[in-house]
Design a protein around this ligand. Structure first.
Ligand SMILES: [Zn+2]
Length: 100
């Protein structure tokens, strides 16, 4: 898949999962692996940082089992964007698969 298209799908997964619960880097790498996306920390962390800078996510560093872990939460802006993008996904899905 073209990298920019793949990256857009990856971002949508991140936004979707952050919309359900807090997310963190390794958890996302595992989740995305399940969907066939090979994602290195070198790609994921800058993507998360961009999404945070863009106001979609906000992070908090917590210590779990003596290790620092950065958790990401969806923001109100992120929730709004997710809602919009979900409508677009539905529209695209219907066009691509149902010839609407
Ligand atoms: Zn997912």
């Amino acid at each position: 898949m073209f990298r920019d298209i793949e990256l857009a799908f990856i971002k949508l997964h991140i936004l979707h999962h952050a919309g359900q619960d807090e997310v963190y880097g390794l958890g996302l790498i595992d989740e995305l692996k399940r969907h066939g996306y090979k994602l290195s920390p070198g790609t994921l962390y800058p993507t998360l940082a961009k999404m945070e800078k863009g106001g979609l996510l906000v992070s908090e560093t917590r210590t779990v089992n003596h290790k620092q872990r950065k958790y990401y939460y969806i923001t109100a802006v992120g929730v709004k964007q997710l809602k919009k993008v979900k409508e677009k996904i539905r529209e695209l899905y219907e066009e691509v698969y149902e010839n609407k």
